[in-house]
Design a protein around this ligand. Structure first.
Ligand code: GLN
Length: 546
């Protein structure tokens, strides 16, 4: 197994995840079995308990792990499911070391950061690689070099070269070279300092990758090489491009793939980059354009909806269309002083409406109004998780005559709790990792739109990822059906829990009103769009023609 460690310097949010994932894509394009590990040095056990507004979305894996959004980048760029245990945090490492200490595994020893914590880190990295059956493991260390909390991780990765041998370990350091407009120059000093800082913990980068506004001129590359003692042909420029799917192409063009092959002693293989070339071509020269309104809560923080936006891009690629996103702050629609005409005016320009997943009461009434508008105006609608619950509440209130219908999440005393806590959640006390998570099967009913979208028109079972505590209350399904709502998919219940749970709904006669309890955005890939997203974009394009 070969290991590529990616560290970052100068500032955070440099796009280390995208840069590493792009390198992964170049290796995958050469046929290697690659997997990725993301190290997050915070003390939380996982990303499930953090605010999306600050950290971006919580990505859910097939195995049910609640992870950092970079795991989503890896799944998309590497086109594979990242196995459990691949998002390592300080919390997990210490929890395990302390557990072992209490169990007597270290009896008579003084338990210390070196070697006990570092050994646990190394064990986890190796286990993640083995679980994936990988030939090459990409490990991204979150945060920046110099952070107090990343020190034990840096020490562990330093030891890797010693343990595994020079030809099996590669260190790539990503920094920022700012451009000063006033003096018209690229500044390399922060990069010099950052590499020096990395060396001070015993790690010499094999490759320096630089984020910059534009491609670095040769003299700047030369300067970085001279000051960091990293050869010029091992200094790469990850400059701003119009779409992240261009990054693998831009890096390959500079020879990153070949350099990595040389350092790790791999034979030279010609990469197949067709997927990325094709994606970039459609993104840059789409035949059509379409606008989707997203009625959500975190509209000022697009990273909170990263997979969702990626899925819309993938669905656009499949339909040769550019997807413009119109952010609609659901709270703005919630205010009772906002009239129906105002709602119409806000959503009128959109070819489709999407209500994403979410938690908590903020903006709920606005989302309900967006769903109502979509249903009544015949505008294509896709509801995801909370977006399905919203659609059910709206339908219950306005079509099934269930006045005051709501979700128990927002109103425990609602006269009709059409969305209620799943029975299995009743005993749950803690918050971390306790929702219904990960891949669950859904039985799609023959003859429904959703079955057609998933390519099983005669009905069939598909799997999507989940992350929720509430469900459509079974006590109301008959009334909803009688009022015309189609329950197009349910949980088969073959795995014990959750038999018969409503998984998908649709409204017959509407051009496209589809909603799922699951989060299909987590499975969408550039080369394999998620069916309900592809369906939304197609319906939105059809609506334009009509
Ligand atoms: N808050 C809702 C629930 O827990 C929806 C969750 C979601 O959208 N991910 O069921």
């Amino acid at each position: 197994m070969k290991y590529i460690f990616v560290t970052g310097g100068v500032v955070s949010s440099l796009g280390k995840g995208v840069a590493s994932a792009s390198l992964g894509a170049l290796l995958r394009a050469r046929g290697y079995k690659v997997t990725a590990v993301k190290i997050d040095p915070y003390i939380n056990i996982d990303a499930g308990t953090m605010r999306p507004y600050e950290h971006g979305e919580c990505f859910v894996t097939a195995s049910g792990a609640e992870t950092d959004l970079d795991i989503g980048n890896y799944e998309r760029f590497l086109d594979l499911d990242i196995p459990a245990g691949s998002n390592i945090t300080t919390g997990q490492v210490y929890q395990e070391v302390i557990r072992k200490e209490r169990a007597g595994d270290y009896l008579s020893q003084t338990v210390q950061v070196i070697p006990h914590v570092t050994d646990e880190i190394k064990r986890r990295v190796r286990a993640a690689g083995e679980r994936a059956g990988a030939e090459i493991v990409l490990i991204e260390v979150g945060g920046t070099v110099g952070d107090i909390e990343s020190l034990p991780f840096l020490e562990a990765i330093r030891q890797f070269k010693f343990d595994e041998g020079d030809e099996n370990v590669l260190y790539l350091h990503l920094t920022l070279v700012p451009y000063l407009g006033t003096s018209n120059e690229f500044k390399t000093k922060p990069t010099q300092h950052s590499v020096a800082e990395l060396r001070s913990v015993g790690i010499s980068p094999d490759i320096v990758m630089v984020r910059s506004k534009e491609k670095l001129p040769p003299e700047i590359t030369r300067k970085i090489a001279a000051f960091t003692s990293v050869r010029e042909n091992r200094v790469f420029s990850s400059f701003d491009v119009s779409h992240v799917y261009e990054v693998p192409l831009a890096l390959e063009e500079q020879g990153l793939g070949k350099t990595v092959e040389d350092i790790l002693g791999l034979e030279r293989i010609h990469p197949n980059l067709g997927v990325w070339q094709n994606a970039v071509k459609t993104i840059k020269q789409p035949a059509r354009e379409v606008t989707i309104a997203i009625a959500g809560k975190y509209t000022a923080m697009p990273d909170a909806y990263l997979s969702l936006m990626e899925s819309l891009t993938h669905a656009g690629i499949a339909n040769d269309a550019k997807v413009n996103i119109q952010w609609v702050n659901a709270e703005d629609l919630a205010d009772p002083s906002v009239t129906d005409a105002d709602v119409r005016a806000r959503l009128d320009g959109a070819d489709g409406i999407l209500v994403p997943g979410g938690f908590g009461i903020r903006g709920i009434e606005g989302k309900i109004r967006a769903a109502q508008y979509a249903r009544e105006s015949g505008t294509p609608y896709l509801g995801i998780c909370l977006g399905m619950q919203i659609a059910v509440i709206e339908y219950a209130r306005h079509k099934a005559g269930l006045d005051g219908a709501n979700s128990a999440e927002f109103d425990e005393y609602a006269p009709h709790k059409v969305i209620d806590l799943m029975p299995e959640q009743l005993e749950v006390a803690g918050m971390g990792g306790t929702m219904r998570l990960g891949d669950w099967p859904m039985d799609l009913q023959a003859g429904t739109k959703i079955a057609e979208l998933y390519g099983v028109p005669q009905g069939g079972t598909v799997r999507e990822r989940h992350r929720h505590r509430f469900e459509v209350n079974p006590a109301y399904t008959q009334q909803l059906k009688d009022a015309g709502l189609v329950i197009s998919g349910v949980t088969p219940g073959v795995e014990g829990r959750g038999a018969g749970l409503v998984e998908t709904i649709e409204i017959p006669g509407h051009p496209y009103f589809v909603a799922l309890q699951a989060h299909p955005e987590f499975k969408s890939r550039p080369m394999r769009p998620s069916p309900p997203f592809a369906g939304l974009i197609k319906a939105a394009l059809d609506a334009q023609q009509a």
